[in-house]
Design a protein around this ligand. Structure first.
Ligand code: ZN
Length: 306
């Protein structure tokens, strides 16, 4: 595979084509349904703020894009990967969450005529945190921030809606309420049993529980996935997976933290003890070192008020 890639690159160079490194890995999870798997490290000028997953669905008249990238250049990198498999226009973009990389490329696709749909909760989150998210993202991405104009979704839905894109593709947009951010949104393809979960599912890297997160609601959001019974989950971060993979890296971790913090509270321990909880059984997850202690403290902060 690597050999073939090298051959294609050298072939392209022979013909004078501009070969740019694209930080996204293109994976067809079912016929016509793709995941774009981004790197797991922090936002950087090199990854264009696309340190997350995206995806797209090809239907009769066009392409539905799931999440639009962390910068204008990130949106163009997404489009470049779409163009490897189809020339159809991007007619719809769905934003699964209010975090920067879910929607900072919206403007680019609106200019091409796309309608941007999300849930009301996600739209509220985009409006509330857009400016602070933009400031952080521009600091991380530096020169790659150039030209980025955060633009919130153009359409919001309050409850699950079904869109019949054509005879073979039925798509449901399902608001799931707060979890990683103030409002997450699923994209569900019931016929193909593919779920784009957004940041309700992290695999391969440790999920982040920030000041905007609600861990108990997150556990509830995850349980909605079990009811759908997807065959393939394209998570917010990490490789495409199934229910078992998602449970292992997301659900089990959330339940583990909640139980460990509950024990500290019962013993009358203060928040500094939360940072010392032994989380080593999840140390195989990427960014564990940077994030695990903070996650526990955030859960403690929330549980103190329950
Ligand atoms: Zn994310």
């Amino acid at each position: 595979m690597a050999c073939l890639k090298r051959f294609l690159i050298s072939l392209a160079l022979c013909f004078g084509l501009n070969v740019q490194a694209n930080p996204l890995e293109l994976i067809e999870v079912k016929p016509g349904i793709y995941g774009l798997i981004g790197p797991m490290e922090q936002r950087s000028p090199e990854n264009l703020g696309n340190n997350a997953n995206f995806g797209f669905i090809i239907y009769e008249k066009g392409v539905v894009l799931i999440d639009s990238g962390g910068t204008l250049m990130g949106a163009k990198a997404i489009e470049q990967q779409i163009r490897r498999v189809t020339n159809k226009p991007v007619t719809h973009v769905i934003n699964t969450g209010g975090q920067d990389h879910r929607w900072f490329g919206n403007h680019y696709f609106v200019q091409q005529g796309a309608e941007i749909t999300t849930s009301s909760d996600t739209l509220n989150d985009q409006k509330a945190r857009g400016a602070s998210e933009a400031e952080k993202a521009s600091n991380y991405t530096k020169a790659s921030w150039l030209g980025t104009e955060p633009k919130v979704a153009t359409k919001a839905i309050a409850k699950a809606e079904t869109f019949n894109l054509d005879n073979s593709v039925e798509m449901q947009i399902i608001p799931v309420g707060p979890a990683h951010t103030g409002g997450e949104t699923f994209v569900w393809l019931p016929k193909q049993k593919v779920l784009f979960s957004g940041d309700v599912v992290y695999v391969d890297r440790m999920l982040g529980i920030g000041s905007q997160s609600q861990h108990l609601a997150w556990i509830g959001a995850f349980e909605k996935i079990k009811a759908l019974a997807p065959e393939v989950i394209v998570p917010g971060h990490g490789q495409p997976t199934n229910i078992a993979g998602a449970e292992k890296d997301t659900y089990a971790y959330l339940l583990f933290l909640r139980k460990a913090v509950e024990e500290l509270l019962d013993a009358g321990e203060d928040m500094s003890a939360a940072a010392k909880i032994d989380q080593s059984k999840f140390s195989y997850l990427q960014v564990y070192q940077q994030i695990h202690a903070r996650n526990a403290q955030r859960v403690y902060e929330e549980m103190e008020w329950e």
